[in-house]
Write a protein that binds this ligand. Structure first.
Ligand SMILES: NC(=O)c1ccc[n+]([C@@H]2O[C@H](COP(=O)([O-])OP(=O)(O)OC[C@H]3O[C@@H](n4cnc5c(N)ncnc54)[C@H](OP(=O)(O)O)[C@@H]3O)[C@@H](O)[C@H]2O)c1
Length: 250
């Protein structure tokens, strides 16, 4: 963690991070906790991992919940406020995909589109809508979305996934426009990140390592660092920041 990320300027803030039992979400939970925040860790099935992470972080708690289920999405926000008294920052990180070659149109069935949009788009929307009144009450509320390079360029693990992230990036701009000045809304758009999600993607990792100006894939901490930076940047809203080692330049 860098010196700036070490400053404890989130000391009185509560941060809910969806999908934070591993990968980018877990690194973001650690980064916010390191900066003094009270963190709420969430996942659907990785309960043990989520509980273990929360136990490791000072004043953190764990909440199980599927963001794509409306009742659970609402309960996630309500339980956060019930336990910790407030909500200052919502990080919409929970996501899902299915790896399908873009040329294989038949495999990208409407069921696949629905499953991916249910989590990445509708889940994010439902948690965000439930959070808005609390983020307004915070007086410095903000939403941070974890989009993807696939939402900004014609690439990614499947066409439905890329379109879901394009929707999430645009949702970021639309909500920033609507919710200011009370609430800032920004997003990161990572390229390839080394997480359990991409553990078996060695061919892609090699491709990115050869092609990206920075010659490597990202660590989850690289992404967390930008999220924390956006959280600190009080005059930035509606931005989708690429965290891709320059890959989009190629
Ligand atoms: N890795 C990359 O290269 C990359 C690149 C660009 C963007 N991203 C985005 O980064 C985000 C995190 O990905 P990651 O690579 O860190 O993956 P990861 O390590 O597999 O973590 C995914 C997390 O999301 C949770 N999750 C999945 N569906 C959920 C749901 N319906 N409700 C609540 N939590 C749910 C998982 O919990 P369970 O285990 O309980 O399901 C897990 O905690 C995703 O939005 C992804 O699209 C990743």
């Amino acid at each position: 963690m860098t010196a700036i990320a070490g400053t404890r300027n989130f000391a009185d803030q509560v941060v809910l991070i969806t999908g934070s039992s591993s990968g980018i979400g877990a690194a973001t939970a650690r980064a916010f906790a390191h900066a003094g925040a009270t963190v709420v860790v969430n996942s659907v099935s990785s309960v043990e991992a989520g509980e273990a992470l929360a136990a490791e972080l000072p004043s953190a708690s764990y909440l199980q919940g599927d963001v794509s289920d409306e009742a659970e999405a609402k309960a996630l926000v309500a339980s956060t406020v019930e336990r910790h008294g407030r909500l200052d920052i919502l990080v919409n990180n929970a996501g899902t995909t299915e790896v399908i070659s873009h040329a294989d149109l038949e495999s990208a069935s409407v069921e696949v589109w629905r499953r991916i949009f249910d989590v990445n788009v509708f889940g994010t929307w439902m948690v965000t809508v439930a959070a808005v009144e609390h983020l307004r009450a915070s007086g410095r509320g903000q939403v941070l979305n974890v989009s993807s390079l696939a939402g900004e360029r014609p690439t990614g693990s499947s066409i439905p996934y890329a379109c879901s992230k394009a929707a999430l990036s645009h949702m970021t701009r639309l909500l920033a426009n609507t919710l200011g000045p009370d609430i800032r809304v920004n997003a990161v758009a990572p390229g390839l990140v080394d997480t359990p999600w991409t553990a078996s993607w060695d061919v892609v990792r090699e491709y990115v390592g050869n092609l990206a100006p920075l010659r490597r894939s990202a660590t989850p901490e690289d992404v967390a660092e930008v999220l924390i930076g956006l959280a600190r940047s009080e005059y930035v809203t509606g931005e989708v920041v690429l965290v891709d080692g320059g890959l989009a330049l190629r």
